[in-house]
Design a binder for this molecule. Sequence first.
Ligand code: C2E
Ligand code: MG
Ligand code: MG
Length: 763
Amino acid sequence: MRGITFTPLKIALGIGLIAGLMQLAEPIDHIFWNTWFRVPQHSADGETIVVTLPAPGSNKANADSTLVPDEAEILDRIRALKPARVFLDLPETGVVPGVPGGALRGAIAEFGDTLTFIAHPEKQRDDSVETRVLIPEPGALGAASIAISAWQQNFFGYAINSPYLQRVGDKVFPTVGAVLANAYEGNGPKYFPDFALDPQSIPVIEGARLVSSNPPSAKLAGKMVIVANLAASSQEPIGWFGRGRVAPVFMDVAGSAQLKNSVPINIGWMPILLTFAALVVLGRRQSRRRLRLVAYGLAVALVVAGPPILEMFGIFSTLGPAFLAMASYGVARLWQKWRIEAKHLSGSGLPNFVALADGGIDEGADVIVGTISRYEEFLATLPRALHAECARQIAHRLSLGSGSTVIYHGGAGHFAWIEEAKALETQLSHLEGMRALFTAPLDIGGHTLDTNIHFGLDRNADQDATTRINSALASAVDAQAHVRLVEEFAPERLAEATWELSLNARIDEGLREGEIWLAYQAQWDHRLSIVRGAEALIRWNHPTRGAIPPDAFILQAERAGRIDTITYWVLDEAIGAALRFSEVVPGFRMSVNLSAQMVDKPGLVDTVAEIVRKRGIDSRKIVFEVTETWGMRNRPAAQENLSRLRALGFGLSIDDFGTGEASLAYLAEMPSDELKIDKRFVAQITGSERNRLIVQSTIALGHALGQQVVAEGVEDAATFAMLAAMGCDVSQGYFIGYPVNSTQFIEELVGKRLQLGLTLNAC
Ligand code: C2E
Ligand code: MG
Ligand code: MG
């Protein structure tokens, strides 16, 4: 199972969802509304008129008792103008029972039930406020009804919404906006003010002027009139998004305006967030940059302009969580980009494969790796200062041919890029064309270099980026090995690739669980006629894959940089067995295979010496077999290590002698004590004169160089006897014994001498 990877989109969506569910993004919505409603979109309908009362004490020198009759006078005047309903918001002093003011009471009573008294809860932020609303005592207002101005506010005192009905103690009162619009229920228990309304357009008349000698021609007939003293504490300003602060009566008008239009449907935050995510996904899937930009642009426009546009259609939505998601997505992408840039190859300055994987690969793209033949050889012929230039020139050609702006350099001669997915035929002829670009030699600082390119193609769009790059790389290497222009990565190979990629963890598990163990194959000493040694051969019985041949996983472990762990484990284990075997055969020698990849490692000799010291074995009883088929990267270091091992008393054996590319050179250069003739020659000596001569002369050559000669792959008695006759020192093969575990080995050791001795005599 693949672990969860945190892509920028997943992070953004997660943050958006959390913010939405926990209502953490509300401040963002409020800030947004505050900006958006700066430009009012429409005027008031003029059906509600605000008549202001003079501030207490402002119009009369003697403020004590004369205020109230003024209000009564104004009310009388308003009544004469025949409004449909009057809402009266008086300073507390005017209505609290017991306060003098008979004239005001009288004026109020005259209205009968066309007057509504506006009461204010003391605390308005909480839904279930234990309100201390100044409700007049019964009868104080005649037949007048009561409505409440109950705006819920955010932290900054901005009105957000109002209930249709507000409970106070055991009574329920309608709110002013609801009464003004004659709407007492909607899609939920609350309604919003119409912030798009211009508060300046709500008609306001000064009450004092209505009773002056020259009254304005106020058309109050049939209108809703709110009479309020704006200086009273009940009218302490409340925030209106985009418009600063206004007296609550104006907010009541905005509330009624919203209700009169049509009650908006509130779709909340989820639809905007999800649509945003869908647009980003759509964008990521576009291989064309322009289409991608269109999708991203739409995603941003949706978040920023979606809610106000929807509002025009009577749909109310919240953008906060989507906005947070958008911001997090941006930050995560920038971070990703920064990381990609931070991972540029320092030498060539081109981004590397890690950068490509980190950047993610869109589904609509093919991944291509181009492998330049003999790249390392080139570098060897170029001055160091031109190495980066060489990579850049290759990348430039690839960029011209592929049309990709970014070419990634994976080290060695591997270059990768992504292209819009095409039909296979089209892609192949396109790559054919690209190869033509490499028929012209490269000219790097006056050095002319001929080269060739092979391509690996991955079209498994459902795989993650790392897998796709590895697949394309593996295919490019195959293409080069098989001298084909291009190799496509077959999806069936993915299971294998996954296995290879997770090999590190599996090797550790195999060692821990005892799935990996050592088999020992006997080595017969012809001169002494005894089994005098064995070769330790690694075995892996995997629970699901069965027996894995060492050739297969040793090679992978070498590639994965895991060979050290295995080698030291093998050495330690083999020494343990050697100590046990020497109790049966004194002077027993154990041969251990040393991967050529390890021979030049700086810490090799010290680690080996330490293991041997801890185990307390004589180093002369250990022989290291090194194959010559695998090129060592640092030959002087390898030579140095081998000489040091030899100086410490270890035996050195050249394994599979005769199969390498430079057998004789190797023999001349590398310090050794033993030659192991490869089984492909040994197996043929009884049937092919040529092979017999090769083996014969190799034995002679070995002896002339002071080497002990071992024949491997001895499968039958005739071969065994012939080798003995040729003077071969040691034989190893199925005829002497199959590789077996240590217990079996000890059991067989005892009987072997007699049995083989007899065979030899019979031949
Ligand atoms: P090698 O070192 O040349 O080992 C000899 C191989 O020949 C072994 O294969 C052995 O099982 C096989 N063999 C032995 N007798 C006969 C015979 O009579 N006829 C035939 N046809 N084959 C015979 P195996 O065990 O599959 O190992 C393959 C290779 O894997 C080894 O070749 C060695 O290069 C590598 N290897 C095995 N164990 C280790 C290890 O612990 N470390 C490293 N680095 N490489 C190892
Ligand atoms: Mg070997
Ligand atoms: Mg061998």
